[in-house]
Design a protein around this ligand. Structure first.
Ligand SMILES: [Zn+2]
Ligand SMILES: [Zn+2]
Length: 317
């Protein structure tokens, strides 16, 4: 990597996503840290070890910048701020991350309602409610930013200034950082080396429209090297942006093709979109599909009605 820029590879407990990246950038007598990993047993020691391997220490962090408020990027922000006494920068639209911690019951009820509307069978919802995901898992403590990381905010480093670009879609709080002279893009989970889509559902009206706008924006930056939130850095940024756009368009078309005359639920539509039924182990796929349906609804292509059982049924317009 470049002198003054270090990739910190931090372990995650998730099958298929073994690591996330944090980035340390030299800045005067200290460092800027971009993202900080998930809070779990021993996670702060892992971060310190990764820093030590670069000859750095947690106490040198002057600024912690968060690309988005998902636990793997933001989870141990409070621990870092406590230890380093640094400033925290994060986008203000991070309610999606704190709702479940502030009021776990209300958040569980919201999730069950989304599942019911989607057509998930009652017995699967009951099983989910009996063993809900620990809603505060992965977060050391809810911590609000000292400074809002909105469009145009500039972060100074020894490698030059990095400008923040709001890139909602993957999450409403998502921001990318761009260093124009070196054409470096810190892309969080917005653009990844290995294409995989995830969208927060229920915190903004049309995440797909937001995501596509955010792809346009990043495409126009013409980055040379992408420092993504997971996996290795990569150079063919435009090709990756295009691949993400193509996959969204493919799944939107499949969703629209799946919606026929007789109204169908999201769960019934899933095999047409993903090539297989939804698995209880991957609830985010239902959310992704609901995002496509909402997007097509906003475009006037499909309409939805709630049936007597509380299931949303989608139909071509
Ligand atoms: Zn994420
Ligand atoms: Zn991530």
């Amino acid at each position: 990597m470049l002198p003054g820029l270090w990739r910190l590879r931090l372990p995650l407990p998730w099958p298929g996503i073994p690591h996330c990246n944090a980035w340390a950038i030299a800045a005067g007598d200290g460092i800027v840290l971009v993202d900080c990993g998930m809070h779990q047993r021993g996670s702060l020691a892992q971060l310190e070890l990764a820093l030590a391997q670069a000859g750095l220490a947690l106490e040198q962090v002057r600024r912690l910048v968060i690309t988005h408020a998902h636990v793997d990027h933001w989870g141990q922000a409070a621990s870092v701020v406590d230890r380093a006494g640094c400033e925290l920068l994060m986008h203000p639209n991070h309610e999606h991350a704190v709702a479940g911690v502030a009021d776990p019951e209300a958040e569980l009820a919201r999730q069950l309602e989304v599942g019911r509307h989607g057509g998930v069978p009652e017995r699967a919802l009951r099983a989910y409610a009996e063993h809900p995901r620990e809603l505060s898992a992965g977060i050391a403590r809810v911590i609000r930013p000292d400074r809002e990381l909105v469009d145009g905010v500039v972060v100074e480093t020894d490698l030059g200034e990095w400008r923040a670009y709001e890139t909602p879609g993957h999450a409403p709080s998502h921001v990318c950082l761009f260093q124009p002279e070196r054409r470096l893009l810190i892309s969080g989970d917005h653009v990844l080396g290995r294409i995989s889509l995830f969208f927060e559902y229920g915190f903004s009206p049309d995440p797909i429209a937001e995501f596509m706008r955010s792809l346009e924006l990043v495409d126009a930056l013409d980055a040379r090297l992408c420092l993504s939130g997971h996996g290795r850095t990569f150079t063919d940024v435009r090709a990756h942006v295009e691949a993400e756009r193509a996959l969204v368009n493919e799944r939107l078309s499949a969703t629209l093709e799946g919606v026929v005359e007789d109204p169908r639920s999201a769960v019934e539509l899933a095999p047409a979109v993903f090539g297989e039924p939804l698995e209880p182990a991957a609830p985010w796929r239902l959310l992704e599909l609901l995002c496509y349906l909402r997007h097509l609804e906003s475009a006037g292509r499909v309409a939805v009605e709630l049936d007597a059982g509380g299931v949303e049924r989608w139909q071509r317009v």
